[in-house]
Design a binder for this molecule. Structure first.
Ligand SMILES: Nc1ncnc2c1ncn2[C@@H]1O[C@H](COP(=O)(O)OP(=O)(O)OP(=O)(O)O)[C@@H](O)[C@H]1O
Ligand SMILES: [Mg+2]
Length: 462
């Protein structure tokens, strides 16, 4: 492990301050030491780099305008020698353009002078969160590399590791597989992985969405027909079952197969023989069936909507995919995976996600599971502007939640009482609505009577 990987919550974070202005260095040193950080100082870029090389810092805070090496160059050099380095800039008003340039070179954020002490502390906290995230991701990436046999399937959680084990065990068995899981949990991806890892990999993988094909057509699609079997049957046609011979037939949304067809399917699975519509004779087929359902088949069996004997046939091996909420620890890796997948199509460089945006994603419910996450990241990558996806690049509901977390995090760090927090918040909202109580009550989400009572309680002046 390199020293920069040692970001642990038990040890205070190490911060390097770089500024030729000694007064500013002293001010920042005092402020950060008081907040419990370990601080060192360098007065120019060259010695900053030397110090970082000797023992990497968790965060570097640098002034932008310095003689000799400018802040922008320092950012670029630091990131060159340590890809995990996180740099916060302090810039004087009027140098915003160079700050933007430095952000492009990989700086995390900038704070303009003169600043509020709280502002620096909040940004330092965010930057350190970013650092932890980067290191964590780096660690996970190397582990993933060593541990997954299935290239496109991301998942470090125990639940997914279990799924990987099952795939490895069963891929090459002749038995049918049933994959159950909510919509968007990756059922088709898993079915393809089974195919890819089986001795049938060179054979076809034929997906059929049983819900998308009208009931009247499903039978002829699956089993084929001979010429003259019905009015429109002008020539023979092979069914998908026959197409899948030597490979895998993937019956997606199997619960939607009507009961009459279920009986026929069962017979085919038992006899390994398909008889096309209108044919006198059956033909041998050798297709392994992998089926998938987002409805619980056992319940459907109990309710008489799915044949029990067919269920047993399909369910020789069962894989139950976890929902994304059950494995939210996989979200950082999945986000990383999707960022890389879509970054190529973006017009600007996209490297990753900010810690607060990731926290907001982690606390979401994800009813659409991984597919929903994938779309969210695709949109953020393509429509966002910065190198790091921020809360502003996510749908509005995330931004509100993430900001709330940031604010509450600060309150917790300061150990504010509920009363202090409420009083302060009501005061600020009232200020921002210029004393308009109806407006303030609306923002606070309380009725006017409640607001008046609170104002009385906290003795706000009118
Ligand atoms: N573990 C995973 N790692 C990476 N990508 C994943 C993972 N699981 C799913 N995906 C991606 O999420 C999307 C949805 O997956 P898939 O189509 O397999 O889900 P599904 O369970 O079949 O959904 P539905 O029930 O709606 O058909 C796909 O783009 C897939 O590549
Ligand atoms: Mg699917």
């Amino acid at each position: 492990m390199t020293p920069s990987d040692q970001v642990s919550r038990t040890k205070p974070a190490r911060i390097l301050i770089v500024d030729d202005d000694r007064g500013m260095c002293q001010l920042l040193t005092d402020l950060l030491r008081e907040d419990g950080y370990e601080v060192e100082v360098a007065h120019d870029g060259a010695s900053a780099i030397a110090k970082h090389q000797a023992l990497p810092f968790d965060l570097t805070i640098t002034d932008l305008m310095m003689p000799r090496m400018k802040g922008v160059e320092l950012v670029a050099r630091l990131r060159e020698i340590d890809g995990g380095a996180v740099v916060l800039l302090i810039t004087a008003f009027g140098t915003i353009e160079s700050a933007v340039e430095a952000m492009r070179a990989g700086a995390f954020h900038y704070v303009t002078k003169p600043f509020h002490n709280d502002e620096i502390l909040i940004q330092v906290k965010r930057a350190l969160e970013q650092k932890t995230l980067r290191d964590e991701l780096r660690r996970l990436r190397t582990e993933v590399h060593a541990r997954t046999r299935f290239q496109n399937i991301v998942g470090q959680s125990q639940a997914m590791q279990r799924v990987f084990e099952i795939i490895a065990q069963v891929s090459d068995l002749p038995a049918n597989v049933l994959i159950e899981g909510e919509s968007g949990t990756g059922k088709e991806l898993i079915a393809r992985a089974i195919h890819f890892n089986s001795s049938r990999a060179a054979g076809p993988f034929v997906p059929v969405n049983c819900a998308a094909i009208p009931e009247t057509l499903l039978e002829s699609e699956l089993f084929g027909y001979v010429r003259g079997a019905f009015t429109d049957a002008r020539k023979d046609r092979r069914g998908l079952f026959q197409e899948a011979s030597g490979g895998i037939l993937f019956l997606d949304e199997i619960s939607e197969i009507p009961l009459t067809l279920q009986a026929k399917l069962l017979r085919i699975l038992e006899d390994k023989e398909v008889r096309p519509l209108g044919a006198n004779q059956g033909e041998k087929v050798d297709a392994r069936v992998v089926s998938a359902s987002n409805r619980n088949l056992e319940t459907l069996v109990r309710d008489g909507k799915f044949r029990q004997d067919l269920y047993y046939r399909l369910n020789v091996i069962r894989i139950e995919l976890p929902t994304l909420r059950q494995r939210s620890e996989d979200i950082p890796l999945l986000v990383d995976h999707f960022v890389r997948k879509f970054a190529e199509s973006a017009k600007h460089t996209v490297e990753g996600i900010q810690a607060d945006a990731l926290a907001a994603l982690k606390s979401h419910d994800w009813p659409g599971n991984i597919r929903e996450l994938e779309h969210t990241i695709e949109r953020a990558v393509l429509l966002g502007k910065g190198a790091m996806i921020g809360l502003e690049d996510l749908p509005a509901q995330f931004a509100a939640r993430g900001e709330c977390e940031l604010v509450v995090g600060q309150a917790v760090a300061r150990q504010l009482t509920l009363r202090d927090l409420e009083r302060e918040y009501i005061g600020r909202v009232l200020e921002s609505s210029h004393g308009n109580k109806t407006e303030a009550a609306r923002i606070l989400g309380v009725d006017r009577t409640t607001l008046y009572r609170k104002l009385e309680e906290y003795k706000f002046k009118d």
